[in-house]
Each structure stands twice: as C-alpha cells, then as structure tokens.
Ligand binder design. Sequence first.
Ligand code: ADP
Ligand code: MG
Length: 797
Amino acid sequence: MVKQTIQIFARVKPPVRKHQQGIYSIDEDEKLIPSLEIILPRDLADGFVNNKRESYKFKFQRIFDQDANQETVFENIAKPVAGSVLAGYNGTIFAYGQTGSGKTFTITGGAERYSDRGIIPRTLSYIFEQLQKDSSKIYTTHISYLEIYNECGYDLLDPRHEASSLEDLPKVTILEDPDQNIHLKNLTLHQATTEEEALNLLFLGDTNRMIAETPMNQASTRSHCIFTIHLSSKEPGSATVRHAKLHLVDLAGSERVAKTGVGGHLLTEAKYINLSLHYLEQVIIALSEKHRSHIPYRNSMMTSVLRDSLGGNCMTTMIATLSLEKRNLDESISTCRFAQRVALIKNEAVLNEEINPRLVIKRLQKEIQELKDELAMVTGEQRTEALTEAELLQLEKLITSFLEDQDSDSRLEVGADMRKVHHCFHHLKKLLNDKKILENNTVSSESKDQDCQEPLKEEEYRKLRDILKQRDNEINILVNMLKKEKKKAQEALHLAGMDRREFRQSQSPPFRLGNPEEGQRMRLSSAPSQAQDFSILGKRSSLLHKKIGMREEMSLGCQEAFEIFKRDHADSVTIDDNKQILKQRFSEAKALGESINEARSKIGHLKEEITQRHIQQVALGISENMAVPLMPDQQEEKLRSQLEEEKRRYKTMFTRLKALKVEIEHLQLLMDKAKVKLQKEFEVWWAEEATNLQVNSPAVNSLDHTKPFLQTSDSQHERSQLLSNKSDVNARKILPSPCPSPHSQKQSSTSTPLEDSIPKRPVSSIPLTGDSQTDSDIIAFIKARQSILQKQCLGSN
Ligand code: ADP
Ligand code: MG
C-alpha cells in the first residue's frame, strides 16, 4: 500500500495581453517547498478582500511558470503517475482552473502544433512504449472517454454521437454493487492495442465533444471530461490479474457567479457556476477535515466517478491552472485556495489484484473430489464396481507423468479410492519387472560388444575428431570457392542480367534489417510513388474522415460559400501552417527512407565484403599450408568497424523515422480536427443565416428550407454566379461572428420595415432547397429585393 497526499502543482499560462508585471512571484528555493505569491495591486485590494491583504502565498509541489513547455509538464507531473499505473496502482491527474486558464491545453494539448500535445497523448505514447519493452507480462489496454454535462454522463466514444445531439444520446449512469464499487452503464471500453489506436480514440472523442457543443450548452467550459486508460496485466500462466486505471480529467471552468470586487463580496461567498464543482469542493472540504465520517460523494456524478481518486485507492495529482492577469486575480486566488485544501487529502493506493475465477473453480472442484474420496475412506464405504477403461487409462497416464517428473517432492495423487491405489501398485510392479528384463538383455549384449573391441584411448579419439573437423572445414571452404569462381564466370557472361537483378533488389521492401515487425509497419520506400502514399502511416478514424467528407454532400453554392468562409477564418492559417509542416515532414521522411535504403544496401555490401575477405584468408592459409588465422586481419577489422558505423547510422535514422511517423499522424489528426471544427462553425453560420432570412422575409417564410445542403440542378449555376459577384465582400463582413449568440438573432428579428427590405446578409447565405422550382423562386425573390434596394439607394442619393 502506498499512502500519499494528493500532489498539487501550479501552472501559469502565458498572458494574452502584454505582460503585467508585479502581479505574482515564484519562490523556488531548493531547500524549501516552492511557493507562489499573488500580489494584489492597491486599487484592487481595497474593495476586493475584507482584510485588505495585499499578497497571498500558496505552496505547491512545483510551480510551472509561463515558459514551461508541455514536455516539462509531462515529465514532472504525468510520467511518475503513468509509472505507478504501469506498476498496478490507480492514478488520476485533474486540471482545475477558470475557463481559459489552460486546462484543456495541459490535459489534451493545443490544437495547432505537434509540440503542444498535452498530457494525454504523451502519456499514451509513454505507456505503449513501456508495454512494448516489457515482455514478462501480458498487457491489455482499454480506453473510455466520459463527458459529464449538467449532471448527465455521455459516452464520447459512442458511434451514435455523430448523428445525434448530446441530449438524445443514451445517458451514462452510475451503478453501485454491494461492495460499493462504482460501475458505469452505457460507457463503452474500447480496446487499444497500439498508441495509434488509442490516439484515434482520443481525437474521436474530442471531435464528438466539439460537434455536440452548441452556443447554448457550451459543453467545453461547463462540462467535465474524463479520459480513462484501463490497464490490466498478468504474468503468463498466472491466475492473478492486475487492474489499474488512469483518469485524466479536464474539469469544467471553476469561475464563480458572484464576481468579487465592486460589490465587496468576500471571496468565499462567490458560488460556482457549475454545481458539480460545488459538490467537488464539499467533498474536498469533508476529506480535509479530520473526524468527518460522511463524505458526500453521492451528491454528484463527477464525485461519484472520481470517488477513488479523492481520498481513496489512487495516486492523485492536481494541476491548478492559473491565468494571472489583473482581471483574473480573484479566480486565481480561489483556485490556489482550493489546491491548498486538496493537498491535505490522504490517499491510500493498493495494488488491485484479482484472481481469475475459472482457475479458482477448477481448484475448488478438485478439492471437493478429494474430500469426497476421503469421506468414503473414513466411512468405510467400499466400492465394488470395476474401474472403467477410461479411468484405467487416466491412472496410467498419471503414473507415467509421476515417474517422469524430476521433482523429488512430486506426488502421485489418485485420491482415496482403494481400487485406484491397488491398480497403481500393480502397474508399477509391471513396469519394474519389464525394466529389469530389458536391462538384463542390454547388459549382456554390451559386454559382448566390448569383448571384441580394443578400448579406444580418450586422447587419440579427440585428436582424430579434430582432424576430421578440420578436413570438413577445408572441404567446405574449397567448395565455396569453387562455387564463387563459377559464379564469377557466369556474372561476366551475364552482366546485363545482373544489373537488372540489382535494380530489383534495390526496389525490394526496405527495413528488413533489425526488427522485422517494424519493417512491416513502416514500409516506406525510396520509390517516389510509395513514399508519397502515407496511408499506411495511420488509419485515421472513420468518423473524422466522414466528417471531412461531408463537404461533398453540400450543394455547389454552399461549397463556394464554404470556400470563402474558410479563407477568412482564423483557423485556416493554422491548417495551412500545419499543411506546410506536414509537407516538410513528408519530404524529410521520404529523404530518410532513401537514406535508410542506402544504408541498408551498404550494410549488405559490407557484410559481403567481410565474408569475401574471410574466405580469401582461409584460402590463403590452406594454399600456404598454414593454420587458419585466429585473429581477423586489419582490412577485415576496418570493414567491421565500417559495418558497425553503418548499422548505428541506420538505427539513428530508423528511430528518427519512427518519431516522424508519430508526428505526421498527430499532425494529420490535428488538421482533421481543425477541418471538422471549421465545417461545424460554417454550418452554424449557414443555418443561422437561413433562419434570419426566414424571419426577415415573409415571402421566403412559406418556402421549404428543410434540405439546405442538397445538390441543386439548374438554379445552382445562377446561385453560384450571384455568389461570385456579390458574396466576396459581404461574406467577409458577416464572417467575424461564426457562432452568433441567440442574442444577435433576437436583434435581427426586431428590425424596422425599411431595414427589413434591405438584404443584410450575403446572397451566399441563402439556403437552397434542392427543389429547382422553389430555388428559382428564392433567387427571383432575391433579385427583386436587390432591385428595390438599388432603387432606394438611387432615390436617397
Ligand atoms: P481551458 O481549458 O482552461 O478553458 P484552454 O486550455 O482552452 O483553457 O486555454 C485557453 C487558450 O490559451 C487556448 O487557446 C490555449 O491554446 C492557450 N493556452 C493555455 N495554456 C497555454 C500555455 N501554457 N501555453 C500557450 N498557450 C496556452
Ligand atoms: Mg477547456
């Protein structure tokens, strides 16, 4: 058992605005526990806190300042936890802080750069790397991804996510067994055998989370997400299985309703927006107070799910994420205060071992049989019926294995059945007699043999054997030489043929050297067509593909509008940047693939040369009647060191290529995610524009708008033209608000009649119905509106 208090760390996010100095300081004296001091500016301190304190000091295990990168955070926080999970203990890492303070960035990672990947992908990478190294156990890994929003649980890996809205999905519910263990109904566990599969699940869950989110439910700031790695391990042949869970938790934003400051509220009075965070705080308070018998875990789903992580069987770590800007100081102080309470909680982690019930049943069955037999013996119950054929055969088998067993303590277990005991004795007697007869026969024949032969002297025998061996070697070498000569002659005759063969050889799949499995997985070739085809590098999740493929279902006009939307969207820069990086990585991988192939063939040549040299040496020895030289000559030494060098180079390049592969996959997933996000924002904007149009124009109200994305026929062309003429400028004017709030909808619906007759949206935003007649109506209507507008403009001038 490992007793440990919850470890607390702080991470300060780089400021969005220019650096505000003097707000906080970090004291990291090596001998002392690091502390973070938050200094309140005088103006704030006055109305801010009742006692007008100007500075607050909080202790943490370690504080990561703005410049700490993701790698450092992983190494210091997550790696030790992952290590104990590999050893069989439960682990939890949760990020707590206000919205925008970097919880998601820390737990999952940034959506832009590969280097920004957070704790989850790095932990997965680390765990799978360790599993690969350890061949002493059999490991199984499962992944689950739970979202808790408004006290309801949702399975982020549920395939129905793509078709349904959050509210329509089956809810994950909590079940408690008689031992008070928590089980989650409707939460699926997905087996992941590789890092790649696990990463796909992470991205799938994140994409589902993004899709389900609407401006109304704001899932990302109001929900808790729990990514869990379930690891079980067992030694081959053992009945004991170890289970460990690692929860990686991105909590909802911890901001409170009642902002302190102007109203002079006390910090402690402010209430969480999120009810379950309020219950989390209650649990933490109860746990940190001594002699509290009741801990209110059951009040909320989140505290129920994380019950073990809080004061239970788990090694738990909290990361307090802080956005230390002037306007966030109150929230930052709350976060730090919360962390101080959390640090008082003691957990007791134990190894979770379980015995395989099937093996236990087998053992118990055997025990029952033995007891029955014993009982029969004690009660004197006689068995009269003869043993069956099968029973006799079974007994003989038992005797054979008993006799073969080298263990002197082994026993012949036949139970307390006297019929069996007697049969064993009979059988053993028979075996013994048979053996005696056999021995007599062999002894007599051996002695006869010896009589007619001169005994061989040991030394002479060894000498003869050595000579024989030497001759054998010589013959082999000469045969090889002969073959070689013959081959040379053939090669001279068929030079052209050999060239072709060599060419084919250079095209053969590389990476055979070393680990053949890796070679299989990373079949990158120097041939350009294959090098470009990286599909083998990652089977990206089908959902991501489907989401990106949605574009093909849009009408042409809609696609065009999407193109413009995309061009003006901030994320397109990220996508383009990543595309560039991806391109670079591809070409680097391609170049590496080529160099690896070169190294491979060089290694082959060197090996060949060494063998040649060796044969030459031996042949020389034979022709000059000298013994085979024991030490390799200088030339051979040189070749060998070259070979070693080449192998090292090969290994380095191979490792780099492996890392590149992971990076490329990650970048592809990031880009997919960004694309899905962009598309989703476009859809929201498009739908919003359609609604606005309906609200604003009674003529269109009567039209059917239920199929806005379907392909249209002849009206398509007309609409595309309108788009290219008008939308360019207008679209961008509207674009800054891709996810308009309900508030903005309301405003537009209360516009005046004159405003109403002026089209405020780009023509591009008009949804087509798929029905060409209706579409022509819409377009005619727009044209009419445009001419009214033009007339009005002319009139007013
Ligand atoms: P939260 O999940 O707490 O609401 P996010 O993780 O979404 O906050 O962070 C908000 C923004 O700040 C994101 O754009 C994120 O990329 C950025 N960010 C957060 N922490 C860091 C950091 N340590 N370094 C760089 N950018 C960060
Ligand atoms: Mg977040």
